[in-house]
Design a protein around this ligand. Sequence first.
Ligand SMILES: C[S@@+](CC[C@H](N)C(=O)[O-])C[C@H]1O[C@@H](n2cnc3c(N)ncnc32)[C@H](O)[C@@H]1O
Length: 245
Amino acid sequence: MFDVYSRYYDLLYQDKDYAAEVAYIAGLLDRYAVTGPELLEFGSGTGRHGRLLAERGYRVTGIERSAAMVAQACPAPGFSCQQGDICTVRLGRAFDAVLSLFHVVSYQITNAAVQAVFARAADHLRPGGLFLFDVWYSPAVYAQRPAVRVKRLAAEGLEVTRLAEPLLHPNDNRVDVHYTVFARDTVTGAVHTLTETHPMRHFSLPELDLLAAGSGFERVCAEAFLSGAPPGEDSWGLCLVLRKV
Ligand SMILES: C[S@@+](CC[C@H](N)C(=O)[O-])C[C@H]1O[C@@H](n2cnc3c(N)ncnc32)[C@H](O)[C@@H]1O
């Protein structure tokens, strides 16, 4: 997963407002009194959050499973990343906060994997440190229902069309999103087609509280990602802030 998709990742998400998200995250870190600059980012992708956080004075270490995503993530002063699995990573040092942004935790579809990610976050935090992440929120998934979507983008001699076809697995709290990407070279007319399936887990608040308690966290915030509204059927992206007790 992501090794082929990564070729078009930044283009497909060129309309995603990483600057606004980083302002929101920095606001949460301030609100919950994270004063130290050391951040560990789980699933750092192509490093867009990490580099913007580094520009604000944080020192960000990214962990990313896909070698292709790591290769696309240019290091910058204050931001570095390395290949690794957030279920098993052990850096042997503690950070002021652990971040995991853009549904990375939802990519952990088994109970064992989610528990492992919470445990690895706890391992890398000092007491009082924060684990901040966003996930798909079950009430919104069932109220809104995932739908087939088409996204079209163009840049530098390339036209990219992405088809997203979801398949619900209600007994597993999971949606498998089947992506087909058609990338057309506008000069030669050649079309590159790729397919990838991204299985996504969604979560309820009681489930997240149970996971948090099981790995030594307490919840300090649950709100709609970015808007800060109370979580509800209209908040597909739920933002959680947990404190290590
Ligand atoms: C939707 S992308 C988000 C990337 C980045 N955080 C962003 O906001 O652009 C999800 C990322 O999580 C990574 N990922 C998923 N599970 C992982 C795991 N167990 N360990 C490390 N990275 C993982 C994927 O490889 C992918 O790059």
